[in-house]
Ligand binder design. Structure first.
Ligand code: ADP
Length: 401
């Protein structure tokens, strides 16, 4: 309500009080001229506020003086006038306080209502977000599921393709050996049984050597192929007896070298043929990659690690620069020309593939001119015997990392 409306209403209330008092005059006579003005001021303070109610109080006094006393009321009835002002001001004071209290209560209730509304909106918003989140989670789960299915399907296809390619290479390599051997054999017969002049003899020797190298390459490829697709059964293998047998077979190759073995050597979880092949390749490299005129000095030992055994082959060879330490385990990676150090570049790839199939790892420590230490890590035999290969791999890798 506007300020002027509140004053107008106060005037109207006093008007109504005056009329009421006039009506009452018929029954109560001229006594209590202020009676209805008390009520008027009370209503005015409650409905119109403090200032309009003070104005109503004064108007009530003027009305009583004019309509009911017919002259100055203070002179006619000073007690009634004083009492009127005392009571109406008390009513205005109490009314004012009550009005303020009511306003505060109204304001608090409005604030509470506003907050309640905000809370309801927030709850609604959160419910909507939760629903959206659930829907997103569901979509994500669906995508993940589809993706997993696709990955599994493609991995399966890829594995099949790799297997058939490996099988294909393996049979090609196998079939290549027959003509190579024939070439080699006929070159030897030609050199020995035909009367060839010196240059022709030299050419046939070169043919025979080349056929020999090609046969070695095919044999290495076959060995590598076998490792990739043949099943591997693990058992406890005595490294010492594998090494003894290997060294006795390699006597022709090692008679000009110093080979020492630190005994006893432990048992590991492996497959004897693969372990023999891996150790044989490492020992042959240690015999081969020495400076011309240097006697190879090879030292074989084993270190016990928490979950595995590390078999180390130390040599006094030419050593390998750090940048090639990973590379040399790839197929056909060679650091030297065949004229300098002959070879096919598959030996270390065979070692790596074989050891991985046994659930182990290979590595080396080496510096140019300081020799090399190639190592193979395999799971200890014993408690682990009979376990699945993957289990062995996981345990070792976690320990090694
Ligand atoms: P290959 O012996 O037929 O050349 P490998 O795969 O066995 O093939 O070795 C790859 C390369 O790693 C070798 O050509 C050689 O350069 C290097 N290498 C391997 N073993 C040793 C070693 N004990 N000392 C120095 N270099 C080595």
């Amino acid at each position: 309500m506007s300020r002027s409306a509140r004053y107008a209403l106060a005037v109207a209330i006093i008007g109504v009080a005056t009329m009421l008092r006039m009506v009452l005059s018929r029954s109560i006579g001229p006594d209590f001229p202020f009676a209805t003005y008390y009520i008027g001021v009370t209503v005015a303070v409650w409905v119109c506020g403090t200032a309009p109610s003070i104005m109503a109080c004064l108007l009530g006094y003027i009305g009583a003086e004019y309509f009911f006393y017919g002259g100055p009321a203070i002179a006619a009835d000073p007690v009634a006038v004083l009492m009127y002002f005392a009571v109406t001001f008390a009513i205005i004071g109490v009314g004012r306080s009550m009005l303020h209290a009511k306003r505060r209560i109204d304001a608090s209730m409005a604030e509470a209502k506003r907050r309640n509304h905000e809370c309801e909106q927030e709850i609604g918003r959160r419910q909507r977000v939760e629903q959206e989140l659930d829907a997103a989670k569901q979509t994500l789960a669906d995508y993940t599921h589809t993706l997993e299915e696709q990955v599994a399907e493609r991995t399966e296809k890829l594995t099949q393709t790799v297997k058939s390619l490996e099988g294909f290479c393996y049979s090609i390599a196998h079939d290549l050996r027959t003509p190579i051997r024939a070439m080699q054999g006929y070159a030897i017969v030609l050199a020995e049984e035909c009367a060839l002049n010196a240059p022709a003899k030299e050419y046939t020797r070169k043919i025979s050597d080349s056929a020999c190298r090609m046969d070695q390459l095919v044999q290495d490829l076959l060995a590598y192929g076998r490792l990739t697709h043949e099943p591997v059964a693990l058992s406890a293998v005595d490294v010492e007896s594998v090494l003894d047998q290997l060294l006795s077979h390699m006597q022709d190759e090692t008679h000009d070298a110093q080979v020492s073995v630190l005994r006893p050597l432990p048992k590991v979880l492996a497959q004897p043929t693969i372990l023999t092949q891996a150790l044989g390749n490492l020992i042959r490299n240690a015999l081969k990659f020495v400076k011309p005129g240097t006697m190879p000095n090879i030292y074989i030992r084993a270190e016990e690690l928490p979950y595995s055994i590390r078999i180390c082959i130390d040599d006094n060879g030419i050593g390998i620069d750090q940048q090639y330490h990973d590379k040399i385990f790839n197929v056909f990676e060679r650091l030297h020309h065949p004229e300098e150090y002959p070879g096919t570049g598959i030996g270390l790839a065979i070692v790596k593939k074989g050891v991985e199939r046994l659930g182990g790892r290979v590595g080396l420590n080496s510096m140019p001119g300081k020799g090399s230490c190639f190592w193979i890590e395999l799971e200890k035999a014993g408690a682990a015997v009979g376990k699945v290969v993957n289990g062995a791999t996981n345990k070792m890798l976690s320990q090694a990392s």
